[in-house]
Ligand binder design. Structure first.
Ligand code: C2E
Ligand code: MG
Ligand code: MG
Length: 724
């Protein structure tokens, strides 16, 4: 029996034999070897004693009544905790059949009778030692596994040649796959790595294999249920004696929780808890970044400092909960305002660096990058103020608020974050002084300019419906025959207060605001209708030229619009010439070529306006289906006095000739200029020398005068037929 003495506990050995004499002998011998001994008389009793005493080792005879040694051995293996206890079976000498059966029943070893008791003692000691080593190993494996489970840390190996992997239990758990159905190898592992992080894995493996030391990285893995978790992977390559990399040995740790905590910390440190907007710290960080970029690229930036008017009163009368809700609602409206403004016009809302932030209390700040001019900031300020004007419904209250906005502009009002913020703040106080619910620029002159531009934009918006546009026509003359061969339509705006506004002053504004589309369409329709009217009056085949802006040209439905207008006005498309600028030609050449070809297929003519002022490379020119080059006024002006201008003009004329294009010189004001041009082979001209742009009825007088007694029409367009 087991010894419960003070000293070390003696290992308990269970001896199962039906022969009492043998049991005695064995007991004596084993006690001599410092073992404690328990006995059982047959297999059945042996199994019971085994279950009760849990001996460290069993010595068991084969042949016994009731239950033999084989059955008892198999039964002991089923006893909880009995799977690993060493069992030594005593067999007859050379009884190989029994030896085989014993092993099959789960025996650890055998000894043949008659027993050498001395050797048996030694043998059992070694069996016990081996068993204890194994136990320790199992225990430490179990400890490792549970440590790995607690740390969510799995280990693995990957054969570099076959790609096959060996994963620990925890590695399977981290990847959320079942070891029974999942075969880990490089391909199936990579499949589970987030596609955007596969590159990281490949790079790290490469480095390890090239002996650049162990690697570690963080990556995302995809769970079978579609969720994403974060892992930290560490590994190193193992090489053979020749230095050939054999395999990678590494660990994978699930760090999802840590990541989430980090995110949480970030959120707390950089965002305002109430509104979830960036706080002052993040705002200053982003602003500094945006300013560096703006400085480098010569960009602009506007800062809007918003303070709610009389917010304190709401807090005091309705309580802080309502006050908090109001701040949240305001932040939502601010975000919406920014989204619906320029980010959309600029195409990619994600690329925008525009920010709304809460500085604290009822102070918010909005930054807008790349504004074309200060007045655009005023437009956004207006939108913000309008958005605040809508009453807020908070719990059962309907709350009315207004805000005051101060605007500072980079680089104009400051080059660094602090100065811009300070100046926007001081402008905000001016807005409060000016009666609240308004905005003020830090720079006073901007207030005036912004108002003017906004007013201009508003009246331009209404100009079409109020029919304030009209067309003037300037004749194009063939100086050889002296006849009018064409008319350039030039738009005019009769502003109710400002009088005639020149297109140079409102076309750029129309382009920026997109109003150029409806205005341009009106011009085209009116010009075609006028051309048709003159034709019907019998003035012959005269060309009507219409200017197109870049934005109009790039808008897709252009070809359809032109087609529809030509059809509905009944104007002959062969007499319609579209004037485009060189800048259109340089942008996306292939698109331009195909758009021009489609216009040409409709029978239209195309001319390049202000030729010589842009940057179009001359070699390009032959790729475009162009009928006419219009030499810019600046060359005409000095042609008689500046040899350089004369040379350029001569070159343009010669080149146009070679490319079979017609040439019109613009801005011809003197006879000297006319003669100079004519000497160089230019016979088509336009300018004050012949006529200023005039209203349609005055233009008719010119046509009538030219017709004189002779019948109108005839060879009117002959000179323009150069391009065929
Ligand atoms: P442009 O197409 O080069 O038009 C010629 C400009 O030169 C016209 O100015 C015309 O009045 C002026 N001009 C004509 N002869 C002379 C001359 O002998 N001496 C001088 N100094 N100037 C002369 P305008 O009408 O003020 O138009 C300016 C520009 O506005 C036009 O330049 C054109 O680019 C644009 N524009 C005019 N109408 C339209 C239109 O309907 N649509 C578009 N997109 N642009 C237009
Ligand atoms: Mg023109
Ligand atoms: Mg021009």
């Amino acid at each position: 029996m087991s010894d419960h003495g003070q000293g070390e506990t003696k290992p308990l050995i269970l001896v199962v034999d039906d022969d009492a004499a043998i049991r005695d002998l064995v007991r004596e011998a084993l006690e001599h070897f410092q073992f404690a001994v328990a006995e059982a008389r047959n297999g059945a009793e042996g199994v019971k004693t085994f279950a009760r005493l849990k001996p460290e080792l069993v010595v068991m005879d084969v042949r016994m009544p009731e239950m033999d040694g084989f059955q008892a051995c198999a039964a002991m293996r089923q006893v909880p905790g009995g799977a690993n206890t060493p069992i030594l079976i005593l067999t007859g000498l050379d009884d190989t059949e029994s030896i085989k059966t014993a092993y099959e029943a789960g025996a650890t070893d055998f000894a043949s009778k008659p027993i050498n008791l001395f050797i048996l003692g030694h043998r059992l000691r070694y069996m016990l030692r081996a068993k204890r080593t194994l136990d320790e190993l199992r225990e430490s494996e179990a400890r490792l596994a549970s440590a790995q489970r607690i740390a969510r840390l799995g280990n693995w190996e990957r054969d570099l040649r076959s790609g096959r992997m060996r994963w620990s239990g925890e590695t399977y758990r981290i990847f959320g796959v079942d070891p029974k159905t999942f075969t880990p190898d490089l391909a199936s592992y990579l499949e589970r790595v987030h596609p955007q992080d596969r590159e990281i894995v490949a790079r790290a493996t490469g480095e390890a294999v090239r002996r650049e030391g162990p690697y570690s990285f963080d990556a995302r893995v995809l769970m079978p249920d579609g969720t994403v978790r974060f892992v930290h992977e560490q590994a190193e390559a193992i090489f053979d004696d020749d230095g050939t990399p054999l395999r990678l040995a590494g660990t994978t740790q699930d760090i999802t929780e840590r990541k989430q905590i980090e995110d949480q910390i970030r959120l707390l440190a950089y965002y305002d808890g109430l509104t979830r907007l960036p706080n002052r710290v993040l705002f200053m960080e982003r602003l500094t970044q945006a300013l560096t970029t703006a400085q480098r690229q010569g960009g602009t930036l506007a800062m809007l400092f918003l303070d709610l008017d009389r917010f304190k009163r709401i807090n005091d009368t309705l309580g802080h909960t309502v006050g908090d809700r109001l701040l949240q609602a305001v932040s939502e409206r601010l975000k919406k305002c920014l989204r619906s403004t320029d980010t959309i016009a600029r195409g990619d809302p994600l690329a925008s660096t525009d920010t709304v932030a809460r500085l604290g209390g009822d102070e918010f700040i909005v930054t807008i990058t790349d504004i074309a001019r200060g007045e655009d900031a005023a437009k956004i300020a207006c939108r913000v103020l309008e958005a605040l004007n809508e009453p807020f419904k908070l719990e059962e209250h309907e709350v009315f608020v207004s805000g005051s906005i101060g605007i500072s502009l980079f680089p104009h009002d400051g080059k660094d974050a602090d100065t811009l913020l300070k100046n926007a703040d001081s402008a905000m106080y001016h807005a409060k002084d000016a009666g609240r619910g308004t905005y003020q620029f830090y720079n006073k002159s901007m207030n005036e300019a912004a108002l003017q531009r906004l007013a201009m934009e508003n009246s331009l918006r209404r100009a079409l419906e109020r029919q304030e546009f009209l067309l003037h026509f300037q004749p194009q003359i063939d100086v050889v025959t002296g006849r009018i061969i064409g008319a350039e339509a030039l738009v005019r705006w009769r502003h109710p207060e400002l009088g005639m506004v020149s297109p140079g002053d409102f076309i750029p504004l129309a382009e920026e605001t997109g109003l150029i589309m409806p205005i341009g369409e009106w011009v085209l329709r009116s010009a075609c209708a006028q051309g048709k009217a003159w034709r019907d009056e019998g003035f012959g085949e005269m060309i009507v030229a219409v200017n197109l802006s870049g934005r109009q040209f790039r808008q897709q439905p252009l070809v359809h619009t032109v087609d529809e207008i030509v059809k509905s006005t009944g104007f002959d498309p062969r007499c319609l010439e579209l004037e485009i600028t060189e800048s259109i030609l340089v942008q996306s050449v292939d698109d331009t070529v195909s758009a021009l070809k489609r216009l040409k297929d409709m029978g239209l003519r195309v001319s390049v306006d202000d030729f010589g002022t842009g940057y179009s490379s001359l070699t390009y020119l032959k790729r475009f289906p162009i009928d006419t080059l219009k030499i810019d006024q600046s060359f005409t002006r000095d042609i008689a006095t500046d040899p350089g201008d004369a040379a350029i003009t001569a070159a343009i004329i010669a080149m146009a000739d070679g490319l079979k294009m017609a040439v019109i010189a613009e801005g011809v004001e003197t006879e000297q200029q006319r003669d100079c041009l004519r000497q160089r082979g230019c016979r088509l001209m336009q300018g004050y020398l012949f006529s200023r742009p005039v209203p349609a009825d005055q233009f008719r007088l010119l046509l009538q005068k030219q017709a004189g007694g002779e019948p109108p029409g005839g060879e009117a367009t002959s000179a323009r037929r150069v391009a065929g």
